[in-house]
Design a protein around this ligand. Structure first.
Ligand code: NAI
Ligand code: MG
Length: 355
């Protein structure tokens, strides 16, 4: 039987509550499927580890992760550790270290969940954001001078390479070609930022020639923010830079009813190194420890992981079970207006796996 080695990194806050639930769900899914097995190895890296050892993960952390088939990640960030330390020391270290250049973020309104957008139904909200995940605004290039003085200066540079822009745009076109609507929106701010995003526009036009079946449009990021709220039904695949994709996907999750339902994959398409799957939300210190975090974003990330591993039947089984649970509307966490606890949702989804 096929066995996949999965590295599990719960991280901080609600990451520690939802990741074990995803492991429970995945083990049950594999058992029901009967064609594959999953072996989990858990790594206690994150802010507690930092407070004890002075680093978010050991120096050989990436070395240890290389051999796994995939990584399942909870969330990082805790008030005692500066966010830039926790994010760069773990999540970004893995995404950039393993060149997981695609951050795939599907946005779907699940049945039974009410969107804050009046009158929008699951038929209206079903698109995917392809966020560039290794360069752009999040390369850490910049610096500060004259610290603390009135003339202090801070520079944060956005870095775009032709190779980096081309590979993400091509990935987005390929995805648009596989989806029924064949539409792609390329998001930039090329009216105001005339170097990096001019490169995006040029590369987009060039790559578009290879995909005549895809209808492509350029959309400025501010207009896209409005469009996502007013006309989400016009969106299919959206490709955006690291920062723009980050912001737009919190908005996308919000129109799907909660930050707690949105999944993501940090993907290295050539599979030379492992990809990493995680909900898009953070560690939510405001609700951590109370057992009420919504695990659905984590579950749908687990489904993305199975799909990436080639276990489409298992992935579909999880998605259907989640949809049956939300459609029934009985077992929802407080962020979705219910009063269920995290474990109740897992139990309901597990029960729905074999329906
Ligand atoms: P957040 O996503 O943790 O929380 C924002 C709001 O959404 C909070 O009110 C929270 O309770 C709610 N929320 C998030 N996930 C939820 C879930 N599964 N169920 C129910 N409610 C949920 O973002 P915030 O507050 O800006 O950041 C908290 C920490 O997380 C920071 O340290 C930040 O750096 C880190 N962070 C980490 C990310 C990652 O690991 N990928 C991504 C975003 C933030
Ligand atoms: Mg974010």
């Amino acid at each position: 039987m096929k066995t996949y080695e999965i590295a599990a990194i719960p991280g901080d806050g609600i990451g520690k509550e939802i990741l074990p639930e995803a492991v429970r769900l995945l083990e049950e899914t594999a058992r029901l499927d009967g064609d594959f097995r999953l072996e989990f190895t858990s790594f206690p890296w994150g802010s507690d580890y930092y407070l004890a050892h002075g680093c978010m993960m050991p120096a050989e952390g990436l070395e240890r992760l290389r051999e796994f088939d995939a990584i399942l990640f909870g969330a990082v960030g805790w008030p005692q550790v500066p966010d830039s330390v926790s994010l760069w020391g773990l999540r970004l270290a893995i995404c950039q270290g393993f060149d997981q250049y695609v951050n795939l973020r599907p946005a779907r309104l699940l049945p039974g969940i009410r969107s804050p957008l009046r009158d929008k139904t699951p038929a209206d909200i079903d698109f995917v954001v392809v966020r560039e995940n290794t360069e752009g605004e999040y390369t850490g290039s910049g610096g500060r001078g004259h610290r603390g003085l009135p003339g202090e200066v801070a520079i944060e540079s956005a870095l775009f390479t032709r190779a980096g822009v081309e590979r993400i745009i091509r990935y987005a076109f390929e995805l648009a070609r596989r989806r029924p609507a064949h539409r792609l929106a390329c998001v930039t701010k090329s009216n105001a930022q005339k170097y990096g995003f001019a490169l995006w526009d040029e590369v987009c036009s060039q790559v578009a020639e290879e995909f005549p079946e895809v209808t492509v449009e350029r959309v400025l990021v501010d207009a896209m923010a409005a469009r996502m709220v007013l006309h989400p039904e016009t969106l299919d695949v959206v490709v955006a830079s690291n920062l723009h994709g980050d912001i737009l996907t919190d908005l996308a999750a919000a129109i799907c009813g909660s930050l707690g339902v949105a999944p993501s994959g940090n993907i290295r398409p050539d599979r030379a190194l492992p990809s990493m799957f995680e909900p898009i939300h953070g560690s939510a210190p405001d609700i951590a420890g109370r057992g009420i975090a919504n695990p659905i974003g984590m579950f749908l990330s687990a489904a993305l992981m199975l799909e990436f591993l080639g276990e489409t039947r298992g992935a579909d089984r999880i998605r259907s079970a989640v949809e049956r649970t939300t459609a029934a509307g009985q077992v929802l966490t407080p962020d979705l207006g219910g009063n269920a606890r995290t474990v109740d949702v897992t139990n309901a989804v597990i029960a729905a796996l074999s329906d």
